[in-house]
Design a binder for this molecule. Structure first.
Ligand code: DQA
Length: 140
């Protein structure tokens, strides 16, 4: 089983960015924990602040992976390009958000990704990535 995690803009700042919302852990540290926990799963990770690079990565990941875990961050609420990319690829995408976006500003309530996602996990902190991986593993 091969799973790709794709993180969007500003998630490179996890650990220092708004820790009251996103916690104190960097994604690199958390990714090592995920690799340790899911030893029999091939996990890959990509982060970019650039919309086009995220779209390119979704295209590249298509069919090379059994599942994609996508936190498109702010582009979730704005990007028809990312939504079309998720719709256009065959590999299933699980949308993850660290925070409960529905409990925050109204502009975060809308997701352009969700209609084409296999499922959405939000509000459980970094655990959401773990749950998304489990959702793929439980299918097998
Ligand atoms: C986020 C929620 C988004 O609204 C926000 O723009 C982010 C992070 C989350 O993981 O909670 O950057 O996707």
């Amino acid at each position: 089983m091969k799973i790709m995690i794709i993180n969007g803009p500003n998630l490179n700042l996890l650990g220092t960015r708004e820790p009251e919302t996103y916690g104190n852990k960097s994604f690199e540290t958390y990714f090592s924990e995920l690799q340790f926990k899911f030893k029999n799963t091939e996990l890959s990770y990509f982060q970019s602040n650039i919309e086009g690079e995220l779209i390119d990565e979704l295209h590249k990941a298509d069919q090379d992976f059994d599942g994609i875990v996508l936190n498109a961050a702010a582009y979730t609420h704005t990007s028809i390009g990312m939504a079309d990319a998720v719709k256009g690829i065959k590999t299933p995408v699980v949308e993850v958000h660290i925070s409960n976006t529905h409990a925050r500003e109204e502009f975060r309530h809308k997701s352009y990704i969700a209609p084409n996602a296999k499922g959405v996990i939000l509000g459980f902190g970094l655990l959401g990535y773990d749950l998304a991986i489990q959702s793929f593993l439980n299918e097998k």
